[in-house]
Each structure stands twice: as C-alpha cells, then as structure tokens.
Design a protein. Sequence first.
Length: 165
Amino acid sequence: MPRCFFPVFFLALTTLCAQNAAVSGRVTDSSGAVVPAAKVTARNPLSGASFSTESSAEGYYSLPSLTPGRYDIEIAKAGFVTQKQNGLELAVQQAARLDVALKIGVVAETMEVNAQALVLESENSTLGQVIGNKQVTELPLLGRNTYALAMLVPGVRPGLVNRFV
C-alpha cells in the first residue's frame, strides 16, 4: 500500500466527521409522561434527504449524523396529534435539543409550528462555523495564508492559528 494513502484517508475522515450536526430530545405528552416508540423524522426540503428514528422507552430520541442545513422535523404517534417543526436550521457541529409535548387527539390532526425560537447549544460546548466562499475570495489574506480565516470564528486565539503556519 502506498505511503500517501494514510494521510489522504485521515484527511477524508476528518472532513467527513467535521461536517455533521445532530438533533436530540424527549417526547412527552401534555401531562409530562413519556411517549415511547414515537416516530421522529427529519427531512431536508432542499435535498430531499430524510432521517428517522423512534423514541426510546424513556421518551428520548437522537438523530446524530445530519448534514448541516434546514430541516422539517415531524413527531408522530398513534393516538396523538402529529407535530411538525418547520425550518429548523442546523449549523456545523451543532447538537440541537428539541423537546416535544404531544397532545392527545385523533390521527387525522396535525399541529404545524412554523415560527421557531432560537435553538441553543445545550448538549456540548463546541463551536463550529462555516467560512463562506464570499469571505474566502474577497477577504485579503496576508501571504494567502488560509489558516488566517480561522480568526473569523469566535473563540479562536491567534496563538493557536500561528502554530499551523
């Protein structure tokens, strides 16, 4: 096996790992009791990609490997009103928490939420940010040092960036 395979494989692996987001939460009913086996579906309306899971016996669910973007989340369980959360925006490395309280109702009813509150990062303390193409092409980079773009991300210290130069 050629020597150059391992660095390329490592680079591809780190690139794939760095481009994920996640949604997790707990499904309960209006009284606060857990709702096991509720179907949770996240659908990206732009790409058409759809990911689903079921809530556990404790009511928890997790969709860990979503690509960053806008998602419509649907939570359904027989005997409850289906609830939809439209336009949930997930950024790189974001682990959003979305707890849902389902209302008892007939199967034909659906409650759709279009307005959303700001999703706070409560699962971990990591930050991720996408440096857009416009920033890369239009910002002056001293000596074309692309690591200087990392200084645009909040929390990055100059000493860490200078190590890579």
